[in-house]
Design a protein around this ligand. Structure first.
Ligand code: PMP
Ligand code: GLN
Length: 385
């Protein structure tokens, strides 16, 4: 294979999910729910399949979905996007991220991102021939919420900075970036003439004890015009296999993203697009229940992991909680996760794979709590045994 992709082996999710199957273990590694999304959405997809909506959808996405995406952003975040030209439907957030980086970065351009980062970021940056400039998130003394050193962030920006890639709420840490932190990022973007690309796939999954609510970076002064805002249906509507995502932003940026997307997948998910449009229009009660249910699962897993002896770091949102294995005598998260399925019948993911410097995440292990209550109970029982 090509040199620029040589550092990338099999994704950690594929490796750990295969271990789960091999050992019949409970998979708290890869983040996917074990129950279906809203029945209205499933019915709409079935209807679309039955009524012949099975051919190529329009390039930018079906109008009903683009309209629903725009309306959803106005309703929850007060952001205005024109469904014609400022919204692009993609094959999940993953394609939106790849197409945005490929569409905006010249070879050698720099991308500022926070580590640990979602694994596709490094690969997309490498595909573009761009260079990543990671800023490390660390548990801060006191409440141990993750934070960054403002000086380290400032030092990551320079004359070659093309964009900052920000994920909040953040996978794998469960951190929700505060308005104060976002303001620092926004100021640096503007100072350096950089774009922002925001991965907000967990936008509706912020818990009641988080340090702040979810604040889209694009809502900060001067940011809408330089931000490509990305989200997807997978997490919000429990349909990770459908791979319906979207990018929103000023027309010139979305044109650049579309230029790439049309040659990656051309279009995707014809019958699922109108179904996601229906889901986006569900009443606030849907979103509230999604969040409160998930918060209860988080509390349940956090209590169980604490009982089992893990050092549990605060999770303010997403599907995930990070643990420190040091109190259990662990020193190597990768070795720990490779043997965990056989030892206990539970799968987790080593956080070190999400860092440029694996040492930084060496003793950290991520667990997913987007599972039914009885499954989490059983996982906890196994981990304590
Ligand atoms: N970004 C983050 C932070 C994620 O955790 C994930 C995985 N769910 C994705 C992007 C990919 O989303 P999608 O499945 O819509 O491609
Ligand atoms: N986003 C999910 C996670 O972080 C799964 C992504 C994947 O399997 N590529 O677990």
């Amino acid at each position: 294979g090509v040199r620029r992709m040589r550092a990338f082996g099999t994704t950690i999710f594929a490796e750990m999910s295969a271990l789960a199957v091999r050992h019949g273990a409970i998979n708290l590694g890869q983040g996917f729910p074990d129950s279906d999304g809203p029945p209205e959405m499933l019915a709409a997809a079935a209807e679309a399949l039955r009524t012949g909506q099975n051919q190529y959808p329009p390039g930018p996405g079906v109008p009903a979905l683009r309209t629903a995406v725009a309306e959803h952003q106005r309703r929850f975040w007060g952001l205005e996007y024109d469904p014609d030209g400022e919204v692009l439907v993609t094959a999940g957030a993953t394609e939106a991220i790849a197409a945005t980086i490929l569409g905006l970065c010249e070879a050698g351009d720099e991308v500022v991102c926070f580590e640990p980062y979602y694994d596709s970021y490094a690969a997309s940056i490498a595909l573009a021939g761009a260079v990543r400039r990671p800023v490390t998130l660390r548990p801060v003394a006191g409440d141990r919420r993750y934070g960054f050193d403002p000086a380290e962030l400032r030092a990551a920006f320079g004359p070659r900075t093309r964009l900052v890639l920000l994920n909040s709420p953040h996978n794998p840490t469960g951190k929700v970036f505060t308005r104060a932190e976002l303001t620092q990022i926004a100021e640096l973007c503007q100072e350096h003439g950089a774009y922002a690309v925001t991965d907000e796939v967990y936008e509706h999954l912020v818990f009641s004890d988080a340090g702040d609510t979810h604040v889209p970076l694009a809502t900060l002064p001067g940011m809408r015009e330089r931000t490509v805002r990305i989200s997807s249906a997978g997490k919000t509507f429990r349909c990770t296999g459908w791979k319906i995502g979207w990018a929103s932003g000023p027309a010139a940026l979305i044109t650049a993203v579309t230029r790439v997307k049309q040659f990656l997948t051309y279009v995707n998910g014809g019958p699922f697009q109108p179904a996601v449009a229906v889901a986006l229009g569900l009443p606030d009660s849907y979103y509230d229940e999604l969040r409160t249910d998930l918060e209860a699962r988080r509390d349940q897993l956090v209590a169980g992991l604490t009982d089992a002896g893990f050092g549990v770091l605060p999770s303010e949102g997403t599907y995930f909680v990070t643990t420190d294995i040091t109190p259990l005598g662990g020193t190597d998260g990768m070795a720990f996760c490779r043997s965990l399925p056989e030892r206990t019948g539970v799968v987790a993911v080593p956080t070190e794979v999400f860092y440029d410097d694996p040492e930084a995440g060496k003793r950290l292990v991520r667990f997913a709590f987007c599972k039914r209550a009885e499954i989490i109970d059983e996982a906890v029982r196994r981990l304590r045994a």
